[in-house]
Design a protein around this ligand. Structure first.
Ligand code: UDP
Ligand code: MG
Length: 308
């Protein structure tokens, strides 16, 4: 019998978790063996106790508990790292990702797709704010980085064992799974879904978290923003040069120039421009190092009943 791992990150989800678990169980086809991994991402409420309770009554349920909040992406990463199934499905624990789709995911997987991902259809239950910010985010990321992401793609997906194994090699901090998985390739298929309202509790993605998510999405995949500095530096350096020529002309051909003005102006402008240019070049190298040098662990596990 094939084994399917289900991964759900939970951060302060004590109100939603029991509903989620019940709903999830209802939609798991019986022809597979399951391993449900609930990842407690440093919750401050009694999420962990609830998870342990569920696990005590259901031997297919396992838990991973972080030493502190490491974020949604790292919670998913931990789930994938420790999952032992022939494929792994991840979904949010607030029922916004409908478990009803799981049978369809598995069907596609059986057809040979190695990565089944989903796209959120826009509809009324998603706030205008969320819709517009997410649209802006995708525009900006696609503009600034080297891969193309689709608007509304969610962390609600199925990955074949091959993809899960490939993912293990990614230990970069601020991991941006959506982009990494797209970058990995494999045989992919997209399914559209309607996001439901959150079952209970409230969104943990504060504006600050969304901003930092967007920023890591951009910077983890490109160093283009650093290049701006080079462009800006070159423009300013050439403008400075032109202005220098102008100052020189004033000095030589008119008597309007004050003594010493030209030389001071020219050196200030030139050095200023050069400075920015050099900063840009240093930034480019620094960016490369930054990308290479992400060697810290993505998360620290304080407790788990899975063996890594
Ligand atoms: N989550 C997490 N760590 C965090 C924030 C969120 O594990 O720091 C989980 C959360 O429990 C939920 C999923 O990630 O299962 C999505 O979070 P949320 O529903 O708050 O975001 P939204 O759906 O509003 O984008
Ligand atoms: Mg949610």
């Amino acid at each position: 019998m094939k084994k399917v791992s289900i991964i759900a990150p939970c951060y302060n989800e004590s109100q939603a978790l029991t509903f989620f678990y019940k709903e999830l169980k209802m939609h798991l086809p019986e022809i597979y063996k399951y391993e449900i991994i609930l990842v407690n991402d440093g919750s401050k409420d009694d999420t962990l106790e609830i998870i342990k309770n569920i696990a005590a009554n259901d031997s297919s349920v396992h838990f991973i508990s972080f030493s502190r909040n490491f974020g949604h992406q790292n919670a998913l990463k931990a789930g994938f790292d420790l999952a032992s199934g022939d494929c792994a499905i991840c979904l949010d624990s607030d029922l916004q990702h409908p478990p009803q789709l799981i049978p369809l995911f598995l069907e596609k997987w059986e057809q040979g797709y190695e990565s089944v991902y989903t796209k959120r259809m826009n509809h009324d239950s998603i706030s205008f704010f969320k819709k517009t910010t997410s649209k802006m985010f995708y525009k900006l990321t696609n503009r600034l980085s080297d891969i193309k992401l689709e608007d509304g793609v969610a962390d609600f997906r199925l990955l074949d064992r091959k993809v899960v194994d490939a993912l293990k090699d990614f230990t970069e901090n601020h991991i941006f799974l959506r982009a990494v998985i797209q970058w990995l390739g494999f045989k992919q298929i997209m399914i559209e879904y309607k996001a439901a309202e959150r079952i209970a509790g409230e969104s943990k993605y504060t504006i600050r978290k969304m901003f930092s998510f967007a920023l890591s999405g951009i910077t983890a995949f490109s160093i283009k923003p650093l290049r701006f500095s080079i462009y800006l530096g070159s423009i300013i350096a050439s403008l400075a040069f032109l202005y220098g020529v102008y100052a020189l002309v004033i000095n030589i051909f008119t008597d309007r120039a004050i003594q010493g003005w030209t030389s001071i102006l020219m050196s200030v402008l030139f050095i200023g421009g050069l400075n920015l240019l050099m900063l840009g070049i240093i930034g480019e190298y620094l960016g490369k190092l930054f990308i290479e040098n992400k060697k810290r662990p993505n998360y620290i596990i304080s407790e788990t009943d899975l063996i890594g």
